[in-house]
Design a protein around this ligand. Structure first.
Ligand code: DAH
Length: 357
């Protein structure tokens, strides 16, 4: 026993790392350690021998355990001393600024619009930004030589001479998603489709890329009255102004009959755009009852089903709601502008809490 004691106390004293200490513990007092094995031999002794050897073995085990603990504490102290000696921190240095990005107003407004329509039972649908001309035009009752094709200022994709696929365009509106959603789900259906659209146009209220949200509801007894209610409900929630003034103007789109364009009351004061006042109007959406040919193109029977559809300019709505006078600034990536008009990332649009900050 004395030999065991000396062996382990010496070994513990010589150890210089915590890992070595753990090896020693296993060797000496672990389940199959030397001291533990000795303790098992107690069973084979006579009662008298056991009375002498038992307490001694226990004392040896305790002694080794305390030597291990003391050494462990000493090693930890030494390690801390070493760190304190070599590492230092100048607490008088100025702090580093935590940079926080902002959510672009377009993203924020898109989320706001989705939240409002989700509350009215509309699901979100998507379609490609590079669309073939059947989805973008023909299926929407705009045949090849229809004047509406010229009005759209379409960007056509380059095509090699031997390429015999249908011509592809950058979609000029989100309306082709109507067809894709009908193909996918059939009727009845209630969807909105937010996304980027493209037209060759550029001034204070037009950019070659901008954003729309398409809406579509098909059922067996959907009417223009449902359309008007849904849109007025939407505007009141979006602008958080009960009874905000809107103007429904009879209009024409190839894909709807009858059709209406909707304007929001607004004014420009010292280059500042204000909504809900003044005698100006800003057009924000086109809408109408879906043309039977459009339903048919989507595989929906116009004898049984009817629906309304609308297309909202998201950028226009963002300008109106947040008083942003120039559409082009949305896409300039000017950091000062983005910090000023951007939203905090945790500012999630939520109908219950109010939509805007
Ligand atoms: N697609 C039209 C545009 O971009 C907007 C539009 C008008 C969409 C009427 C519709 C609609 O769904 O019914 O100018």
């Amino acid at each position: 026993m004395d030999a065991l004691r000396q062996k382990y106390l010496d070994a513990i004293a010589a150890v210089s790392e915590e890992a070595g200490l753990e090896d020693l513990r296993v060797q000496a007092v672990g389940k199959k350690g030397e001291v533990s094995l000795k303790m098992r031999e107690l069973g084979k002794m006579t009662p008298d021998e056991r009375q002498v050897a038992g307490p001694k073995l226990n004392a040896l085990k305790d002694e080794i355990n305390s030597a291990l603990a003391a050494k462990k504490a000493a090693l930890a102290d030494a390690a801390l001393d070493e760190r304190l000696r070599t590492e230092w921190l100048d607490v008088s240095l100025p702090g580093r600024e935590a940079r926080q990005g902002t959510i672009h107003p377009i993203s924020q407004v898109t989320e706001e619009i989705i939240a409002i329509f989700a509350d009215m039972g509309f699901a979100v649908a998507e379609g490609p930004q590079i669309e073939n001309d059947w989805y973008n035009f023909d299926s929407l009752n705009i045949p090849p030589h229809h004047p509406a094709r010229q009005e759209f200022d379409t960007f056509y994709m380059h095509r090699d001479a031997e390429d015999d696929r249908a011509p592809h365009v950058l979609r000029t509106h989100t309306s082709p998603v109507q067809i894709r959603a009908m193909e996918k789900t059939g009727a009845p259906i209630r969807v909105i489709a937010p996304g980027r659209v493209y037209r060759s146009d550029y001034d204070q209220t037009h950019t070659p890329m901008f954003h729309q949200i398409e809406g579509m509801a098909i059922g067996e007894d959907i009417s223009m009255a449902n359309l008007k209610w849904v849109l007025e409900e939407f505007f009141a929630a979006f602008f958080e102004i009960d009874g905000i003034k809107t103007r429904f103007r009879a209009s024409h789109f190839p894909f709807t009959e009858p059709s209406a364009e909707v304007d929001i009351q607004c004014s420009w004061v010292d280059g500042q755009l204000r909504i809900g006042e003044g005698d100006g109007w800003m057009e924000v959406l086109g809408s109408g009852m879906m043309h039977p040919k459009v339903l048919q193109a989507g595989g929906v029977d116009p004898e049984k089903w009817q629906g309304f559809a609308f297309g909202i300019g998201i950028d226009r709505l963002a300008m109106l709601k947040y008083g942003i006078p120039d559409l082009r600034a949305f896409f300039d990536s000017d950091l000062r502008w983005l910090r000023h008009y951007g939203f905090a990332s945790l500012d999630q649009p939520n109908l219950a809490r109010g939509l805007s900050r």
